[in-house]
Ligand binder design. Structure first.
Ligand code: SF4
Length: 738
């Protein structure tokens, strides 16, 4: 704590379900009120928060916060609630959960929580599961919307060693070439340190390339070279790069033999020996929209610029064949000899590396839990359309997420919530999910909770005290669950007799931190090594330090992989029955299909009046992260959370007769929504974009169009049932012309 001129400074951190997840911050307090949040100088020059973290006080003091327990009085989604006492609300929840278990079995109760709040103790996902397990069991979801396909692919290829396949951001300093592949790091964030390290690299004039359907804010700030690419077609360009690595003699067979299982089969596919089709740059250009000569130029730079730091973003694996794109990221780094080198990367995602030892709350014992439901399929499980589930879901407990809005296929999600016997959530704001619950409990804000921050990547720990007291009716998630478990007979299992501050004390006692006072005063503890290159030991000595896989090598091809094939994004039943195959070239420049199937359709001519032929013109939709939104969580700024536009390439819009601000209906195989257009030069032709996270209803329960999840599907990828949020075929039509 630092005090001067009546202003007290306290370390805090922001821990959210975003790409950062544990960012050190410093709160300024005056007369017991937080008057500002900035960077914590104890964290050094590079570990920094973002504008969403600086908004913690605005969220805490927001007039839109829920201040009292609410019990639904109107129809689900109407936003009509009456305020109640805590006693009444908790008694109702305890009664309804007990009745659900008694009438339909424990597995009919679904734990539908997410990491809206992260931390060693106040982790909403773990707390909800722990409470439900302590009081009689539940069904649960597995996986996540963010990086599910990547986790699936990396576990297959690297085994448990995927947990140490990242790199410390300080090693960016050694990179000769940085390739951001669908990675909008400065806006969407990938850890708390990487953004500033990349800015420093750009100042040192390190060559940076951004391969992305959009010219992102990251690309602009870093002065990166933009290579526009069609969403979902990254694998085509990766195959072509591998083709060139092989053709240019840059691939060292003995190096790969020692480190990779299955490279020969990949090479055979890439060179066209297995199917007669070489995956050369001309082949790739037709599929991914990147000029062949540009692919060749990048291949030459990749070969000569070692170490090459390939940084894949979440976007490339949130596509129809996202698992394949991740597998090929590993292949690129292996084939080019960059795998695990200092200043390079393994091609993995999330910068996973071990962090300092520290305790954290467990999810508790499973106790009769049923089959975990892939998170993408939760509405199907409620609606009885997820076959492996034996008992129907009748009740939902949710905290730290906005699933009704954030899950694919909003209309299905609404039907699912409408069909429930009971739903309860903890919230700060009346989100669309909260509006469909029977009971809404007012949750404490992050500034009201003491906790330890554990980053998903990065060798450090963070601490924050309870900066602001619990003044109103709000309570911490832990406190709510502790009282509910006492009402329901599971208190010992849930609390183990410990208060919140006693848990924090225990976690620190279990940690490697020796100077606890320094940790609490500065708000940060650094692990010893800060410049690690994940799997560098294996790369240097594959025999002495084998991976935890069947072969001891990177499993690029094994019986569990389905071989190497060019992905066909629109090939699955139900995927594109309305929209047809995706078009992949600029208006007037001919039409190629991203599926690679055929050239079949011409765009409407410049002269055709809108409404006549517009709905035959297929775009590929992407839904990237917004700089100022953490998905659809939080809601302190209704104007921010409700804002939605369809970004269209301005040249293409001109050819189609579309105007900035014009309202049209956008439709896909899964649904439709009204939306206004925003024309931009920073998106490639053939692709349209809606920032994810806009709400489908306001805090009065009134429906709001424009969310990307009106258009997405719960079908998921074929291999790992992971979400597909990019590369979705969509079309436009005049409102009311369907
Ligand atoms: S929103 Fe995410 S990136 Fe931003 S400060 Fe919070 S945890 Fe860090």
């Amino acid at each position: 704590m630092i005090e001067s001129l009546g202003i007290m400074k306290l370390p805090v951190f922001c821990g959210r379900d975003c790409g950062g997840n544990a960012c050190p911050l410093l709160a300024s307090l005056e007369n017991g009120r937080v008057v500002g949040i900035g960077h914590n100088p104890a964290a050094g020059e590079f570990l920094r928060g973002c504008p969403k973290g600086f908004a913690l006080p605005a969220q805490h003091y927001s007039p839109h916060r829920i201040r009292q327990p609410l019990i639904r009085k109107g129809p689900r989604g109407s936003g009509r609630f009456v305020e109640s006492s805590w006693e009444q609300a908790l008694a109702l929840i305890a009664e309804k959960l007990a009745a659900c278990r008694a009438d339909h079995g424990a597995l009919s109760l679904l734990c539908l929580s997410s990491a809206g709040s992260t931390g060693a103790l106040h982790n909403t996902e773990k707390l909800t599961l722990r409470f439900l397990r302590a009081t009689g069991g539940c069904s649960a979801v597995k996986g996540n919307y963010s990086s599910n396909a990547a986790a699936h692919a990396l576990k297959k290829a690297l085994g448990l060693d995927y947990l140490r396949s990242g790199f410390d951001p300080a090693t960016v300093d050694k990179a000769g070439l940085i390739v951001l592949w669908g990675a909008n790091v400065l806006e969407a964030r990938l850890g708390a340190e990487l953004p500033a390290r990349l800015v420093q690299a750009s100042k040192r004039a390190v060559s940076i390339v951004s391969i992305d359907p959009r010219r992102t804010g990251t690309g602009r700030i870093l002065g990166a070279e933009w290579i526009p690419i069609l969403p979902g077609a990254d694998s085509a360009m990766m195959y072509a790069l591998l083709f060139l690595f092989l053709r240019f003699g840059a691939v060292e067979k003995s190096y790969l033999d020692a480190r990779v299982a299955g490279f020969d089969r990949l090479a055979s596919f890439v060179l066209g020996r297995s199917d007669g089709q070489p995956k050369d740059p001309a082949w790739a250009e037709k599929r991914c929209g990147v000029e062949a000569k540009k692919i060749e130029e990048l291949a030459r730079r990749w070969i000569s610029a070692k170490p090459v730091m390939l940084i894949p973003g979440y976007s490339i694996q949130r596509t129809e064949k996202g698992e394949e794109a991740m597998r090929l990221c590993l292949a690129l780094q292996l084939a080019s000899g960059n795998f695990g080198l200092p200043g390079a990367s393994t091609g993995s995602i999330n910068n996973k590396l071990p962090g300092p030892r520290v305790g954290s709350l467990s999810e508790g014992e499973a106790g009769g839990e049923g089959a975990a439901i892939p998170v993408l399929r939760w509405p199907d499980a409620i609606l009885g359309d997820y076959a492996p589930l034996k008992s129907p879901i009748k009740a939902v407990y949710t905290a730290g997420g906005n699933f009704l809005n954030q899950g694919a296929d909003i209309r299905k999600n609404i039907r699912a919530f409408e069909s429930l016997d009971f739903a309860v959530c903890h919230e700060l704001f009346l989100t669309p999910t909260a509006a469909y619950c029977d009971v809404v409990l007012p949750a404490a804000s992050p500034l009201q909770k003491e906790d330890i921050g554990i980053p998903w990547g990065g060798n450090y720990l963070l601490y924050k005290p309870r900066v602001l007291p619990l003044e109103g009716m709000e309570r911490s998630d832990y406190d709510i669950f502790a009282e509910l478990s006492s009402l329901m007979g599971g208190e010992d299992a849930f609390t183990e007799g410990l208060s919140e501050s006693q848990w924090i004390h225990r976690f620190i006692a279990e940690s490697e931190i020796r100077d606890v006072d320094a940790f609490k005063t500065s708000g940060i503890y650094f692990g010893r090594e800060q410049e690690r290159s994940g799997l560098g030991d294996f790369a240097a000595d594959p025999v002495g330090r084998p991976l935890k896989t069947a072969s001891g090598k990177v499993e690029l091809d094994s019986p569990f992989w389905g071989g190497f094939t060019w992905p066909a994004p629109a090939s699955r039943p139900g995927r594109s029955s309305h929209a047809g195959p995706p078009r992949a070239k600029t208006a007037g420049a001919g039409v190629a299909l991203a599926s690679g199937a055929s050239v079949a359709r011409s765009p409407r001519s410049d002269q055709s009046p809108p409404g006549e032929a517009l709905d035959t013109y297929t775009f590929l939709l992407i839904s990237p992260k917004e700089r100022l939104r953490v998905h659809s969580q939080w809601g302190h700024r209704p104007d921010e959370i409700l804002r939605s536009r369809l970004v269209v390439n301005e040249g293409e819009a001109g050819q189609l007769g579309l105007a900035d601000g014009q309202e049209l209906e956008l439709f896909s195989a899964s649904g439709s929504t009204l939306i206004r257009l925003s024309l931009s030069p920073d998106i490639m032709p053939g692709v349209v974009s809606i920032y994810e996270g806009s709400w489908c209803s306001d805090d009065q329960g009134r429906p709001v169009p424009g969310s990307a999840n009106y258009l997405t599907s719960t079908l998921g990828t074929e291999e790992s049932i992971s979400c597909v949020m990019h590369g979705i075929p969509v079309r436009l039509r005049l409102p009311g012309s369907a």
